[in-house]
Every structure is written in structure tokens, then in C-alpha cells.
Design a protein around this ligand. Sequence first.
Ligand code: NAD
Length: 401
Amino acid sequence: MKIAIIGQGYVGLTISTFAAEHFEVVGFDSNQKIVDNLNLGISHIEGVQSSKLQNLIKSGNYKATTKGSDIQGSEIVVIAVPTPLTHDRKPDLSYIDSACKTIGESISEPILVINESTSFPGTLRNFIKPAIEKYTSSQVEHLYAISPERVDPGRDDFNQKNTPRLYSGLTSEATAKTREFYSKFCDNLVEVTSAEVAEAAKLFENTFRQVNIALVNEFAQIAHSLGISVYETLDAANTKPYGFMKFTPSAGVGGHCIPVDPTYLAAVAEEHGAPATFIRRANEVNLDMSEYIVRRVVEDNGGSLQGKAVLVVGVAYKPNVADVRETAAELVIQHLRSQGAVVSWHDEVVGNWKGESSAPLHGADIAVVVTKHDSVDEKKILASAPYVFDTTGKVKGAKGL
Ligand SMILES: NC(=O)c1ccc[n+]([C@@H]2O[C@H](COP(=O)([O-])OP(=O)(O)OC[C@H]3O[C@@H](n4cnc5c(N)ncnc54)[C@H](O)[C@@H]3O)[C@@H](O)[C@H]2O)c1
């Protein structure tokens, strides 16, 4: 059976390599460079080994393409394209629309369309289905299902196989076919009664994280004002065996999911006249953390950063990945620069970012640790500047939250 997967990023490439162990997979992506590299067996995603990709290419079970005609003959098409926010922080479904156009214009036989991109409840039924129908010239009736992706890039303990997967179709036939597809490479499938429940569950999972991260970030500020250790307090609370889940403070939230998905939920809530005050406030608290951190650094350094060489250590949005989307480091750097600091950054996992390269890990007046990759030596961080402020709680002996 031939499967097409639209979007070959974190989600699409990961699912492609699992599916290609059982099916012939065509990975469609609009980015020619990504496609060229994938066809050379070069993976651009942590967690997808180039050697695995090369084996799949050799076996004839995987190829990447930018040509819509190459997805013809697929029985299942999976959508895994970005769902970011627009400039005015509204859901941006333009990538999904463009994926629907590719499907509508390329596929003329009935197929199963599965959406794995994260979006608000109703997207499959009220946006994807009508969009594909709009772009299809023949009167073909496709099946539609949702199975929101839960992959956590860089994580080894949970993957496509052992992470429970939610799914639901718009019809019972779509649901059954979706189950059959994922059961080939996923051990735990959880059927829900509607596409909207699956879509909402995905948004709620990430909103739960966003709100709890905001709560612990606010608590870090309270603990500091009380002169007690936030980390010791959290460890103490965490000895309770039930009813508590430990989150740790940070410079804010980053990546494609936590800063974005809750806003999708808030947008749909407000459209239906329901409150989303918690979600909006959590977003503000997380965004304000960068300013709070810079304020603390200013206070500790005689009230001014003017002309000081400040090194931001770790600009990826989380440890051990090169992903800088929505990284809190960006706001931290912005606030440091607005205080007159001369800012450079060190992150060899990221390497290059915004036209700048990773600076050496030494010789600064001040170091601010935003993300601590496992490969970066704690002692080297401490030696990089006479004053080190750590937002991660991982650099013992540094100042911090
Ligand atoms: N990254 C994660 O950890 C994660 C986890 C769960 C869910 N998701 C969701 O999955 C979806 C995809 O996220 P991602 O992280 O894989 O994004 P990504 O940016 O890593 O990859 C998306 C890919 O889609 C391609 N693309 C964009 N528009 C296209 C189009 N019209 N046709 C074909 N290709 C197109 C891009 O070139 C890119 O390679 C999003 O909705 C995201 O919220 C992401």
C-alpha cells in the first residue's frame, strides 16, 4: 500500500520512517532543499537517524518529493504541516489549506485523509474536508480522520510505538481504516467518539503544560521575594504521593507547541463565547519571565548592564535539540540588549541562528543560562564569566531563579 505524508518536518518525517517499515511512503514537502537532503539519506530531525532513512530509501520504501503528481496512487494521505499563529496571534491554517490543495489537485480516487497537525476542534470537519472538496475537480468522496501527533523530539523513552495515539474518523469506516493503519506501528490506540474530542484533547494536553509552567514561573518569583529556594520548595511539595505534579521554572516556553497550541484553544473558546482567561494569563506570565530574569541580572550587577559582555548560554527552546522556534532566548537577548548589554550566545547544538554563530563559552562579564544541553559542561559554564545566572536549575553554584 502506498502512503503519502505531507510535510517532512519533526512530525511528518518521524511518522514516515515508522510507516515506511510497513508501507511504501512518499514524503511530500514544499521545501526543495529538505527533499533533496532526505533523498540523499540526510535527516534534519533529531530522533530520525540518517542511517535508518538510508536503509528505507535502499529498500525502496521511502522517497521524498516536491511534486504533487508523486502522491497519486496513495491510499492514505497524512497531513503534518505547521499550524503557527499569524502576526496578530490568531490560528494560521494557511499551511493546512495548501496541503489540502495538493491533495485536492493530485488525488482523484477515494482515499483516507488523516490530519496529524495540531489545530482547534472542528478543523477536520469544517476546514480540511471542505477545502479538499473545493480543490478537487471530480466528485470523489474521501474518508477523513484525525490522529493528533504527540511526538516529543529528542526524547528516547516515548516514541511512535509506545506513545498512546488518539484517533477518530468522521465516519465509522474512516475510524476503522485509521485504526488499521496505525496498528502496524503503534502499540496503544485510543479511539474517541469524535474528531473534535481528539482535536481538543491535544490542545488541552499542551494547555495543561503551559498553565502549569506559568504557575511555577510565577511561584519562582514569589519564592525569591520570600527569600526561599523555589527548587527546595518544589522538591518538598513533590514528596506528596498524589495530587501534585512537579513543573520547574524557566525563562519561558518555546517550540512549536506550548506557546502556540493554547492560543488555538483560546481562539476557538472566545469564538464560542467561552472564557479563556487562564490560558491568556498563563501566556503573559511565561512571556514576562524573560523580562523578570533580565531585571534580576541587572539588580545583581549594580543596576546597569551598559557595555557589559553578556553571554547567553543555550538558545534552543529545550535541551538537546537544535530547534529555536519561539525560543525564550530570543526575548532574553532582546531585553539584555535594551539594557545596553553587548550580547553574544553559545549553543553548539544550534550552531547558527539569525545570522549569528555560536560564540565561545568563555570571556564574558555575565553569563545567562537559558537552556542547558547535556553536552555542555557545567564547570565550563561556571568558568565562562564571573557572574552566572542560571534559569534552568541545573548549574550548581550559579545565581538563579
Ligand atoms: N514538533 C513537535 O514536537 C510536534 C509535536 C506534536 C504535534 N506537532 C504538530 O505537528 C504539525 C507539524 O509540526 P512540525 O513540528 O512537524 O513542523 P515542521 O516545521 O518541523 O515541519 C513542517 C514541514 O512541512 C513543510 N511544509 C509546509 N507547508 C507545506 C505544504 N503546504 N506542503 C508540504 N509541505 C509543507 C515544511 O517545509 C516543513 O518541512 C504542527 O501542527 C505541530 O503543531 C508538532
